[in-house]
Design a protein around this ligand. Structure first.
Ligand SMILES: CC(C)(COP(=O)(O)OP(=O)(O)OC[C@H]1O[C@@H](n2cnc3c(N)ncnc32)[C@H](O)[C@@H]1OP(=O)(O)O)[C@@H](O)C(=O)NCCC(=O)NCCS
Length: 347
């Protein structure tokens, strides 16, 4: 029978070898590049140690659950949250109950156990263990050029026809709008963003604490991606931010709005940041902008700013242990703030 306990530095090579077997060489290489930052340098690590559980059979490592500790606000109370990320069981030991032991050990040790963007196998296991299912985090896309609606699977004449028919709509949606507040790019988040978070936290039923330490770790010092950060300013104060980057996808160039924060009642704040990102996306020659948002206020502003809701594959589960919440809490996430930047989704 396997034993589950905490990760030790001498486990590193065996865990890397297991990762290669379960997820393949490319994913293992990418994980190695991020590992030190992702697990060691997280400012929310309890006792400054990585939050990783290991399943051992004698000297062999047969499974792991690697997680991302975060501070989480749940209806006004801050709890110790944890995103489950790289969970794996050795192929010859799968479907024998080891995954369940790992999930339950993790859950017993954290104030809230959270999953985002799950694989089929882990989503099924979360369901089997009756984790509350929050559903997918809504995905929004704003087309900027006629190439935005192209599909590689369609023949060229059909792509041309769709581009021609939708062009008038794209031109209206993508028109430039004036900025209604000052926006400037920044290199780092200063302490004013911690104060902004503390001011805004009561407006969310559920959100990861976005203080300067977390934001700098997540969006300034990540080794695998480069982000741009825009700060929204009013009366010489930072009152919001957006984090974004431009990527090439098989269907064209895309600007991803990875994370953002404004007062959810400040419609003009978020729409100003979105206008800024429109300009940046155009400069980068993007065909479209994509983002994810759970909060109903933010979703409304996105729609008013020319974004369309599309099918989302970013499933979310959440189980809060540290404070009492009723089942309805998970069924109406209108005041939850969850974005693509949460967990390790943008990698
Ligand atoms: C996900 C994983 C850790 C589960 O570990 P496990 O030891 O197999 O899980 P358990 O034996 O405790 O539980 C089995 C349950 O998990 C789910 N499950 C596991 N593998 C599955 C698969 N390939 N397809 C669908 N469901 C699966 C099912 O609900 C299954 O219940 P069932 O056997 O009654 O149908 C393991 O399958 C794994 O390493 N998968 C590959 C890596 C991966 O997908 N990681 C998740 C990244 S988000």
């Amino acid at each position: 029978m396997a034993e589950v306990d905490k990760y030790r530095p001498e486990d590193k090579r065996a865990v890397e070898a297991l990762y290669r077997r379960v997820f393949g060489i490319d994913a293992a290489d990418a994980s190695r590049l991020r590992w030190e930052w992702q697990y060691h340098r997280n400012p929310n690590n309890p006792g400054h140690e990585p939050e990783i559980w290991i399943a051992r059979e004698g000297p062999a490592i047969v499974g792991q659950y690697a997680t991302m500790p975060v501070k989480l606000t749940v209806r006004g109370t801050e709890v110790q949250g944890s995103w489950g990320m790289d969970v794996m069981v050795a192929p010859e030991r799968q479907r024998q109950g080891l995954g369940e032991v790992l999930f339950r050990t993790w859950d017993r040790n954290v104030g809230a156990s959270l999953g985002l963007g799950l694989s089929e196998a882990s989503y099924r296991l979360f369901q089997k263990l009756r984790w509350p299912d929050v559903g997918p985090v809504p995905c929004f896309v704003k087309p900027l050029t006629r190439r935005a609606l192209r599909r590689p699977s369609w023949p060229v004449p059909l792509n041309r026809l769709v581009s021609a028919l939708t062009l008038p709509i794209v031109l209206i949606v993508a028109r430039t709008r004036p900025l209604r507040a000052e926006v400037r790019t920044i290199q780092r988040f200063d302490d004013s963003f911690t104060r902004l978070w503390e001011e805004l936290a009561p407006k969310f039923d559920f959100a990861v604490r976005r203080d300067a330490a977390y934001l700098n770790w997540k969006y300034v010092s990540a080794p695998h991606v480069r982000y741009s950060i825009a700060a929204l300013r009013r009366d010489d104060r930072n009152v919001g931010y957006a984090v974004y980057r431009h990527v090439y996808e098989p269907r064209g160039r895309v600007t991803l709005v990875v994370d953002f924060l404004t007062d959810p009642d400040d419609e003009s704040g978020l729409s100003t940041l979105l206008n800024w990102i429109d300009r940046e996306a155009r400069h980068a020659d993007s065909d479209k902008i994509r983002t994810f948002a759970m909060h109903s206020g933010f979703r409304r502003v996105l729609r008013r700013s020319g974004y369309f809701q599309v099918k989302s594959t970013m499933e979310m589960v959440a189980k809060v242990n540290a404070v009492e919440v009723d089942p309805a809490f998970y069924q109406s996430p209108e005041r939850w703030h969850v974005t693509l930047g949460d967990s390790d989704q943008d990698r």
